[in-house]
Design a binder for this molecule. Structure first.
Ligand SMILES: [Zn+2]
Length: 338
């Protein structure tokens, strides 16, 4: 039985109403990324009563996140909780009507279909174009709507992709747009710009979940919240588009090793060559001979020389102290294995 009091102000809003609220409570949304955008989106969707939320993130909470990643606090950073876990715990306290699942994984071409299948909408809270092209591939393949969002400095961009009816990301950006290499690494980001993008993305997600697709804004919106400049363009589908035209899913079907730098950090992420399950307790005992080891129930932190390795049970590691994948790979091989 729905708690009408909890959602009373939203039920008063005619496009939602009591029927819409029931619908939201039965809806399923997935958020890729639990950084600034992802936490703002999740906060709004959970409070709105979107019944099932899955949050996926590869990273752990650090002090420098707290300025803009609204679901985390200093204790989360001290404990180095994985972001997906810390976010899910906080959301469960905010609204117990919502089933929240925190998934600690790096989204890649091997797991993305499994992570998004069965959901009604995907909200983009990733921090790089490669991940977005991958999401665009899977969205077109599965006919699953997704909502693009990107924020750098005071500038935010968003677009809603309904496969088969709107332009897809590759129609608009056949290659990554200028400026996407400016990341929060180099130019920073302010939280009101994040809030603006998240607000539009969440509104679009609610329309999709309510079946009100005709009310979607239909544009590529870009807003600089500092200079107050708004751009709005109406992208057209490109019949020659490699993704939604030719259905060539280059990012989804790619093979080869993956290691990536991480936004805002002197770090490289390493994936094991073959998938494995590590026994973190055994690893801790072994690594204590070489350096300082700390752990919680989700990960292990190993400091050695100038490096700090955060190691997850699936064998993935974030190597801090270098930008060079070759260096990170060799540190990983030395202590954890090939
Ligand atoms: Zn396209």
């Amino acid at each position: 039985m729905m708690n009408r009091e909890k959602y009373s102000r939203q039920i008063l809003f005619p496009p939602i109403g009591a029927d819409g609220q029931e619908k939201l409570l039965e809806s399923k949304a997935v958020i890729l990324g639990c950084g600034a955008l992802g936490t703002a989106q999740a906060n709004a969707l959970a409070r709105a009563g979107v019944g099932t939320l899955r949050m996926v993130d590869r990273d752990f909470v650090e002090e420098s996140n707290l300025q803009r990643q609204i679901l985390y606090d200093e204790a989360d950073a001290r404990e180095r909780l994985p972001k997906a876990i810390a976010a899910a715990r906080k959301l469960q306290q905010i609204n117990s009507d919502v089933q929240v699942e925190g998934v600690v994984e790096d989204v890649d071409n091997r797991n993305i279909e499994k992570l998004v299948a069965g959901f009604q909408v995907v909200l983009d809270a990733t921090d790089n174009f490669e991940a977005r092209y991958l999401l665009n591939d899977v969205s077109v393949k599965l006919a699953l709507p997704w909502i693009y969002g990107a924020v750098v400095a005071s500038y935010a961009t968003t677009m809603t992709i309904l496969p088969g009816s709107t332009a897809c990301l590759a129609c608009v950006f056949p290659s990554p747009p200028e400026g996407t290499y400016d990341t929060c690494d180099t130019v920073g980001v302010i939280s009101p710009a994040v809030s603006w993008a998240a607000a539009i993305q969440v509104t679009e997600a609610l329309k999709i979940l309510l079946g009100r697709q005709q009310e979607l804004h239909g544009a590529m919106l870009a807003y600089d919240i500092w200079t107050n400049q708004l751009q709005e363009v109406r992208p057209r589908r490109d019949p020659q588009c490699r993704v939604c035209g030719a259905r060539e899913f280059a990012y989804l079907n790619r093979t080869g090793p993956i290691h990536t730098g991480l936004c805002g950090r002197d770090s490289v992420q390493i994936h094991p060559a073959t998938s494995r399950q590590l026994d973190l307790a055994e690893l801790k005992t072994r690594l204590e001979k070489f350096g300082r080891v700390r752990s919680n129930e989700f990960l292990l932190i190993f400091s050695v020389d100038a490096y700090e390795l955060t190691i997850f049970p699936d064998g993935r590691a974030i190597v801090k102290g270098t930008h060079d994948p070759a260096v990170a790979r060799s540190v990983y091989a030395k202590y954890i294995g090939a």
